[in-house]
Design a protein around this ligand. Structure first.
Ligand code: FES
Length: 149
């Protein structure tokens, strides 16, 4: 066929995230060597209803941006902020504009909103963050793996 298939995974209902808000998800993805790796992401919804996503890892030390307070934003909510050493990032671009990783960027992820659901495109996931009981009617071809954190 020649064309590459793109994997699309539903992350959440689009109205689960309020406008101007953000939500974190702990996923796992298969890396280039075929191994499952933790893949934490944050999905942001802008006031004008655009969905954006980044890998939830600070370019400075790799921690979750919402470490500590649980919040992703500066007090005025104009920027994303890392809870560890206070690096700030432009929401639209993920570029760090202040703090120890100044000039570096968050890694963007590809999202699409389809039929009211936020979907992640182009990644091979092995798990999502639903509790095990939520898988009762799962597709049996789906591989489920619980990772230890
Ligand atoms: S780990 Fe994010 S600013 Fe240091």
């Amino acid at each position: 066929m020649g064309s590459e298939e793109v994997d699309v995974f539903v992350i959440c209902a689009s109205d689960e995230i309020e406008r101007g808000g953000a939500k974190a998800f702990s996923l796992s993805r298969i890396d280039a060597s075929g191994e499952a790796r933790p893949f934490p992401i944050v999905v942001l919804r802008s006031h004008d209803n655009v969905y954006l996503g980044y890998v939830n890892a600070c370019p400075h030390d790799g921690v979750w941006l919402n470490i500590g307070s649980g919040d992703f934003f500066t007090k005025d909510r104009a920027f994303l902020k890392c809870g560890r050493h206070g690096a700030t990032f432009e929401i639209d671009s993920g570029l760090c504009i202040g703090g120890p990783c100044n000039g570096k960027s968050l890694e963007p992820i590809a999202l699409a909103v389809v039929d009211g659901e936020v979907c992640l495109c182009g990644e091979r996931l092995v798990e999502d963050d639903r509790p095990p009981g939520a898988f009762e009617d799962h597709d049996e071809t789906m591989e489920i793996m619980i990772h230890p954190d």
